[in-house]
Design a protein around this ligand. Structure first.
Ligand SMILES: NC(=O)c1ccc[n+]([C@@H]2O[C@H](COP(=O)([O-])OP(=O)(O)OC[C@H]3O[C@@H](n4cnc5c(N)ncnc54)[C@H](OP(=O)(O)O)[C@@H]3O)[C@@H](O)[C@H]2O)c1
Length: 255
């Protein structure tokens, strides 16, 4: 991770869960991390924790609603003005709504598409353009996918969500091909976790917190820190190594 010291990473959805753990790990490794989400106060708290822990890097909180393209473009413009640009983009923000294909609300489907697919694609494009205009060849785009991007779970609660994650699988490989075509050495990777204990299930089953708690109590789940370790492993690989997908499940997970 030595070569990333002082370089700029954007982590989306850095307020809680996996994004917060990834942001913390990258700051610990000396990176300048722009962490964005809607609940910016939580990122400010994390930034203060990183500072009092004496980490080498810094965490810069940025308030951004990723379902709004204007917000995303303003964020990239602010990063350019204040920190030159982005060298690493971690597309982490994502969510599931409990809306089956036969009865779900269109607005909820749209929100999943907006955050899980479109925001990821807009951030990827803007991050690439930022690297290109500064001749950054050693850059990395990491998408937080899901095991739900590789196989359908037999649960109507998750079908539309899985469809958005299948899109992330396709977008990551498409990106790898376009980067190669563009003759850059910027790399594209995704991480596909099984169940990770975060706020995710509580947001997914927001009308049924007991169901959410049961998800995390049923087995020994992955921790957000496990995904952060995968991120530092991926970034720590030499520049000629492109890790495609890290699939990681809790040992006790069934599907
Ligand atoms: N937990 C799991 O079991 C699991 C498994 C596989 C994959 N994943 C994937 O891992 C990623 C992170 O999930 P997590 O488990 O850490 O979930 P989480 O604890 O619910 O955190 C989700 C993050 O996304 C942000 N976010 C959601 N909507 C946003 C919006 N419109 N604008 C800006 N930020 C937004 C949230 O920030 P604000 O609410 O503050 O805006 C929050 O920081 C997601 O892509 C998820 O699909 C999770």
């Amino acid at each position: 991770m030595e070569r990333w010291k002082g370089r700029v990473a954007l982590v989306t959805g850095a307020s809680v869960g996996i994004g917060a753990a990834v942001a913390r790990a990258l700051v610990q490794h000396g990176m300048k991390v722009v962490g964005c989400a809607r609940n910016v106060d939580k990122i400010e708290k994390l930034a203060a924790e990183c500072q009092s822990a004496g980490y080498n890097g810094t965490l810069i909180p940025y308030k951004c609603d990723l379902s709004c393209e204007e917000d995303i473009l303003s964020m990239f413009s602010a990063i350019k003005t204040l920190h030159q640009g982005v060298d690493v983009c971690i597309n982490n923000a994502g969510l599931a709504h409990n809306e089956p294909l036969l009865s779900g609300k269109t607005d909820s489907w749209r929100n999943m598409i907006d955050v899980n697919v479109l925001a990821l694609s807009i951030c990827t494009r803007e991050a690439y353009q930022s690297m290109k205009e500064r001749n950054v060849d050693d850059g990395h785009i990491i998408n937080i996918n899901s095991m739900g991007g590789h196989r359908m779970v037999p649960s109507a609660d998750e079908h539309f969500y899985c469809a958005t994650k299948y899109a992330v699988t396709a977008l990551t490989e498409g990106l790898r091909q376009e980067l190669r075509e563009a003759k850059t050495h910027i790399r594209a990777t995704c991480i596909s976790p099984g169940i990770v204990e975060t706020e995710f299930a509580f947001r997914h089953h927001n009308s049924d917190p007991e169901k959410a708690a049961a998800v995390y109590e049923s087995i020994k789940c992955l921790k957000a820190q496990d995904i952060a370790s995968a991120v530092t492993y991926i970034l720590g690989a030499p520049p000629h190594v492109q890790i495609g997908d890290v699939q990681m499940r809790p040992v006790e997970q069934m599907s």
